[in-house]
Design a protein around this ligand. Structure first.
Ligand SMILES: N[C@@H](CCC(=O)N[C@@H](CS)C(=O)NCC(=O)O)C(=O)O
Length: 347
């Protein structure tokens, strides 16, 4: 059972309540969200059982992450969020309290430390029991490298969610308008307008939503304003920003990974926390390049960077995916956790 140990002074003999009385951890997520994939991979790699965590889907495509009820869970309006019952309050006479982890890094640290090598993992009757691996780096040096690699894929210059909405040419914009990115921008706009109205003037939540609305309105105008000199000027800036995200942002991340990764995985020959961030990001950029979960996925990524993706020709940038990134990708696409989270294709 996944719980947060708040009070270290609890007597060792504290009886554990029967399972039906113990509140469960909840992971707020969405199957097509790039960053939700990170804790899902962690749950699988660590060997948590399905019954350890309740998965609650947040429909970000409809902007449900901006609802007042979700903002009470995570004021940043992002997924994933992991909410964990605090152990000391599970007795009958106390109200349950919860601790929230509101970003991928803190969620992973918690999931890793909550299931140690002494815990049984992969404990379903059909699978062989083996100890849960420790995914946190064992040394200071490893931690520094792990943090740097993790941060590299979270940089705004290579933001996988901006890449999803980006368009480098008018042709690509037309394709995206008609597809999921366009629908997402529209539905977020509607949700943000609706939820902003529900919140009190001057409240933190309303100020937050107003900022999100301002940012989404810029995208909404780029996607949907009728053509005219002003719209075209704004689109030109957007195409340039999109181009830069691929030819500089993505390229820089791939170069960093190639230079800094130690082995087949980020820190060597064993999977560690950083890998879970890196593979979720890489799977997203391959997906956006029309590649699949095969070795050839990286060829599609090279074509996309060179401007020969589905969006039609753009200014050239060129990058050959290096041997380390190739080995990393090829190793991950064969892992059970990867196959499980991408069972319906990359996202
Ligand atoms: N830094 C955060 C980023 C989380 C994030 O941006 N999640 C995306 C989904 S992959 C999200 O919730 N976006 C909300 C939105 O802007 O609509 C983390 O590491 O958890």
């Amino acid at each position: 059972m996944l719980q947060s140990h708040q009070n270290n002074n609890l007597p060792m003999s504290q009886p554990t309540p029967p399972p039906h009385q113990v509140p469960k951890a909840i992971l707020y997520w969405n199957p097509s969200s790039v960053w939700s994939t990170v804790p899902r991979l962690a749950l699988l790699e660590k060997g948590y059982n399905e019954s350890d965590v309740i998965l609650k889907e947040v429909d970000i495509s409809k902007g449900d992450n901006f609802s007042p009820s979700y903002l009470r869970i995570n004021q940043h309006g992002t997924i994933p969020t992991l909410v964990v019952p605090v152990l000391e309050t599970t007795s009958d006479d106390m109200e349950t309290r919860y601790r929230s982890f509101k970003d991928t890094m803190s969620i992973l640290t918690f999931l890793d430390s909550s299931r140690t090598s002494a815990s049984n993992s992969h404990a379903s009757p059909s699978s062989q029991a083996r100890p849960a691996p420790t995914l946190s780096p064992a040394t200071m040096e490893g931690k520094t490298l792990s943090d740097a690699l993790t941060l590299s894929v979270h940089l705004s210059s290579a933001d996988p969610n901006f890449l999803l909405l980006s368009a480098r040419t008018s042709h690509e914009l037309v394709l995206k308008e008609a597809g999921f990115p366009g629908r997402w921008i529209k539905m977020r706009q509607e949700a943000l307008l609706r939820f902003t109205d529900l919140l009190e003037e001057g409240s933190q939540g309303r100020i937050f939503l107003q900022k999100k609305l301002d940012a989404n309105s810029i995208l909404f105008d780029i996607y949907y304003s009728p053509s005219g000199p002003e719209t075209e000027a704004r689109r030109k800036v957007f195409f340039a920003a999109s181009q830069k995200a691929w030819s500089v942002g993505v390229v820089e991340v791939l170069k960093t990974l190639e230079e800094e990764m130690v082995g087949v995985y980020a820190l060597g020959d064993q999977v560690s926390l950083a890998d879970l961030h890196l593979i979720a990001w890489l799977a997203r950029v391959v997906f956006l390049s029309q590649g699949g979960p095969t070795s050839a996925g990286l060829d599609a990524l090279e074509r996309q960077i060179a401007g020969h993706g589905a969006g039609g020709p753009t200014d050239q940038a060129s990058l050959k995916v290096g041997p380390k990134v190739k080995a990393f990708w090829n190793s991950w696409i064969g892992r059970d956790s990867f196959k499980s989270v991408y069972v319906n294709g990359l996202h």
